[in-house]
Design a protein around this ligand. Structure first.
Ligand code: C2O
Ligand code: CU
Ligand code: CU
Length: 486
């Protein structure tokens, strides 16, 4: 049931590089209903990017998951890790891995200061786990790659939500299989509403829309093609599991929470020249809104933007598009509206950072001879601690993309902490990077310095490239937060 494959790590500019990879797993597991578990499809014929006329089906807004129980301080949820046959290409079904079996995975809406417990039952025939990306959670609830939910078993994850409001996401993090599992669909939004947030009167309720962007490749029969060997062949862009949907809007402000859920592709999002007012990044609200015309999102990065449709006439369209991939979502202005929302000039003050007591260097690179994916010349070993950090300390991490030669992009993600960006190659960070972040895009050859405080929990956490096709092959390290010895 395993087969050897080749992993191409060609850069954005097309450097073709083929590396021998470890074994990959076979396609998705069976649904409880008993569809075939493992079948080797001939790798193609694949579909061309066109999946029919654009803008013929509406955007699917992820359903908000209902708690199964609500106690004084905790909301309890249940989700099955399962499969779902989804109509992504009109007239065909695609078997995806799924949380709960919905057409798009549900959003968990948490509130700052209220605990969430989610019981996940694994109904697949292979181990999974769940990581809350951007979450400040205890190590045993962080979804360590070796800490798995076996088939048929269930597991409770507890999230204290003692952190600021932010657009987080949950996704699989199982050892060596995270990239395939996420590609096949195991990701969803987890939104924490800050206790201070309602007073800001940002667009909310039906005007607050999470949109997960990704690339994908489909066979002629509609099945999703997992081609880790060639991530650049993924020719079909999806927004919430649909290709080029339309979304009817009122002529007023909307808050869009954009997530790049791809395992490899970077997006550069624009609205055809219309202003995207960025109000948030990975770790929540920015200190002040930043008007943008284009936003770069590496894998796992998030941006919250407000688009104001009030200047448009009924019948007008605004297209959210990727710089190279074309239209993602078309917003169709269908009615006038009064708009009680606003975008205040100040959103959330940023605290002064405590002084750093250590500076560390992390170099991400692919070895040009062995093609191993490395951080500081080492491939991930779950039994090795790479970085030991005293609880409560503040550190500066210099993150280097060592792949100028191979022209490879990377994104660096740190578990446990939200960080602040100090500089990029010594220059001030981009305006949308002035707030809290947990993932940072690093161009070929670039260095980024970030500062984080490691407090609250002890134990082992990960940091890695969030191009999961890289981290699954070793571009991941482990830190251990240890008690302060007085
Ligand atoms: Cu999105 Cu290690 O996580
Ligand atoms: Cu994470
Ligand atoms: Cu990488």
């Amino acid at each position: 049931m395993h087969r050897r494959t080749l992993l191409s790590l060609g850069g954005a500019a097309g450097a073709a590089l083929v590396i021998p990879a470890a074994e990959t797993i076979t396609p998705a597991a069976a649904a409880p209903g008993g569809a075939p578990a493992h079948h080797h499809r001939p790798p193609h014929p694949v579909r061309s990017a066109a999946t029919g006329e654009p803008f013929t089906r509406p955007l699917v807004v992820p359903p908000v998951l209902r708690p199964v129980a609500v106690t004084a301080d905790t909301d309890h949820y249940r989700l099955d890790v399962t499969t779902a046959d989804i109509e992504i290409i009109p007239g065909l079904t695609s078997r995806m891995l799924s949380y709960g079996g919905y057409p798009v995975n549900p959003t968990i809406r948490a509130r700052q200061g209220r605990r969430v417990r989610v019981t996940y039952r694994n109904r697949l025939d292979q181990p999974v786990n769940v990581h809350l990306h951007g979450g400040h959670v205890a190590a045993q609830h962080d979804g360590h790659p070796m800490d798995l939910i076996q088939p048929g078993e269930e597991r409770v994850y507890e999230y204290p939500n003692q952190q600021a409001g932010a657009s987080l996401w949950y996704h699989d993090h199982s050892h060596h299989t995270e990239s395939e599992h996420v590609y096949r669909g195991l990701y969803g939004f987890y939104l924490i509403e800050g206790s201070d947030e309602a007073a800001l009167r940002l667009p909310s309720g039906p005007y607050d829309i999470p949109i997960a962007l990704r690339d994908s490749l489909f066979a002629e029969d509609g099945s999703l093609v997992w081609n880790q060997a060639d991530p650049f062949s993924r020719n079909t862009l999806l927004a919430n599991n649909r290709h080029q949907p339309y979304f009817p809007v009122a002529a007023r402000r909307y808050r869009l929470r954009l997530l790049n859920a791809s395992t490899h592709r970077t997006f550069e999002v624009n609205a055809g020249g219309a202003t995207l007012t960025q109000v948030g990044s990975d770790g929540g609200l920015l200190p002040a809104p930043v008007p943008r015309t284009s936003i770069l999102l590496g894998p796992a990065e998030r941006a919250e933007v407000v688009i104001d449709f009030s200047g448009y006439a009924v019948g007008d369209h605004v297209v959210l598009a990727d710089a190279t991939g074309g239209p993602l979502v078309r917003f169709d202005v269908v009615r006038r509206a009064t708009d009680p929302s606003c975008v205040p000039p100040q959103l959330r003050p940023l605290p002064t950072l405590p002084p750093a007591t250590a500076e560390r260097l992390f170099v991400m690179r692919v070895d040009p001879v062995t093609f191993a994916s490395l951080i500081n010349d080492k491939a991930f070993d779950p039994d090795r601690v790479d970085t030991t950090i005293t609880q409560g300390s503040t550190e500066i991490w210099k993150i280097v993309n060592g792949d100028a030669g191979l022209n490879l992009e990377h994104t660096f993600h740190m578990h446990l902490a939200q960080f602040r960006v100090l500089d990029r190659d010594g220059a001030p960070p981009a305006p949308g990077e002035s707030g809290w972040k947990d993932t940072i895009y690093v161009r070929p050859g670039e260095s980024v310095r970030v500062q984080a405080t490691f407090d609250g929990f002890l134990g082992r956490y990960l940091y890695h490239c969030h191009m999961l096709d890289h981290s699954a092959f070793g571009m991941m390290g482990q830190m251990e937060i240890v008690p302060r010895t007085s």
